[in-house]
Ligand binder design. Structure first.
Ligand SMILES: [Zn+2]
Length: 141
């Protein structure tokens, strides 16, 4: 169930920079922490620079495994080293006041200074990526 990410495991992996596949330490070297992402370089020139992600980082052995087994990554993936990746916000279900109980509205992403965050049931933690360098998968071995 590749698309159904366990919320607690996601937040644990993201907050501790653990591999999103095996939960071991994510790979890190002088160029930064290793990230395996679906490739969206066609969206803007220096993608994924300044992007917020809810996919935790990865370790080297799991990059090959995930790109073979995950349908989304099999069709389009990119490996990136990220120098800075602070926790910047959450993805979650926003609620609004309504009678006795809050009423769920849309799911959205938001920074910690967004006033809607008090009405949000977070499902994942986001990190902002900067200092990104694309890595060829065969350079990882
Ligand atoms: Zn791993």
């Amino acid at each position: 169930m590749f698309g159904a990410v366990h919320s607690l495991r996601q937040r644990r992996a993201m907050s501790r920079l653990l591999c999103q596949i095996c939960a071991g330490p994510a790979d890190r070297n002088g160029d930064g922490v290793l990230w395996l992402l679906t490739d969206h370089r066609d969206e803007w020139d220096d993608w994924p620079e300044k992007m917020a992600v809810d996919e935790p980082p990865a370790c080297v052995p799991c990059v090959g495994l995930a790109t073979r087994l995950c349908p989304a990554l099999r069709s389009s993936s990119i490996v990136v080293r990220v120098r800075e990746c602070p926790v910047v916000g959450v993805r979650g279900r926003v609620h609004k006041p309504g009678g006795l109980l809050p009423v769920p509205t849309d799911e959205d992403v938001m920074s910690f200074d967004d006033r809607r965050i008090r009405w949000t049931l977070a499902s994942s933690l986001l990190r902002g990526l900067s200092g990104c360098t694309v890595v060829q998968a065969d350079e990882l071995a």
